[in-house]
Design a protein around this ligand. Structure first.
Ligand code: AMP
Length: 225
């Protein structure tokens, strides 16, 4: 097990974070989320966090040089045995930077989580996130047992600052113009699998795992890698 080198693509609300976490646990490789990294940096009050925060709050992309820098650090520190990238790359220049970082070994597979805009709008309207551990809930489909309190760590569960109607609209527009072209870009390289990301997290997880296993070419990981 391990050594899977994965990217998750999909609209905001497609379930990238949830599925990335599950794949990361299954393959025992780190889950690297650029959004989580920026939110943590903003909370810690670092210079990077301060720079990223205004873009995030507005729903705009953080400039490529900041994003690429942070991913490079993460991959160098903890990505040697594989990784699940969530929220990166988000445009072609970032994908080109990633290709350069990874060198000849490259990626194993890019999983595209396909879900309708109508469904993601519903999910984002109900999305609530633990401000302490990052666990995600949905007040309609998967609420915390005690309202406003994380089942896992007891932290405060609240709406993300960028899950306002205006920021969501802008983020979905940016997804279409900047990120969606990556679907074709990775398909051309033979790296893309698209799965139906509607339904429950468990249903999507079993589709995602089946797709990754098929791409890795062996039902129980690849011996020797
Ligand atoms: P996420 O949690 O992936 O939805 O990311 C939240 C916000 O962080 C985004 O709306 C962007 O402002 C910023 N961000 C995260 N990843 C990237 C990226 N790869 N490129 C640019 N901005 C990003």
């Amino acid at each position: 097990m391990g050594k899977a080198r994965l990217v998750l693509l999909g609209k905001q609300g497609a379930g990238k974070g949830t599925q990335a976490e599950r794949l990361s646990q299954h393959y025992k490789v780190p889950h690297i989320s650029t959004g989580d990294a920026f939110r943590a940096a903003a909370r810690s009050g670092s210079e990077l966090g301060a720079k990223a925060q205004a873009y995030m709050q507005a729903g705009e992309l953080v400039p490529d040089n900041l994003v690429v820098g942070i991913v490079k650090e993460y991959l160098a520190d903890e990505g040697g045995d594989g990784f699940v990238l969530d929220g990166f790359p988000r445009n072609v220049p970032q994908a080109e930077a990633l290709r350069e970082m990874l060198g000849p070994e490259g990626l194993d597979v890019v999983v595209n989580l396909d879900v309708s805009t109508e469904e993601v709008l519903h999910r984002l309207a109900g999305r609530r996130v633990c401000q302490n551990c990052g666990a995600t809930y949905n007040i309609y489909d998967n609420p915390p047992k005690v309202p406003g309190k994380c089942d896992i760590c007891g932290g405060v569960v609240a709406q993300r600052a960028d899950d306002t109607e205006e920021a969501i609209r802008l983020r979905l527009e940016i997804y279409e113009s900047a990120t969606a072209p990556l679907v074709e870009w990775y398909a051309k390289q033979g790296l893309l699998v698209t799965i139906d990301a509607s339904g429950s997290p468990d249903e999507v997880a079993s589709r995602a795992l089946a797709a990754v296993e098929a791409a890795l070419g062996a039902p129980h990981g690849r011996p020797g890698r």
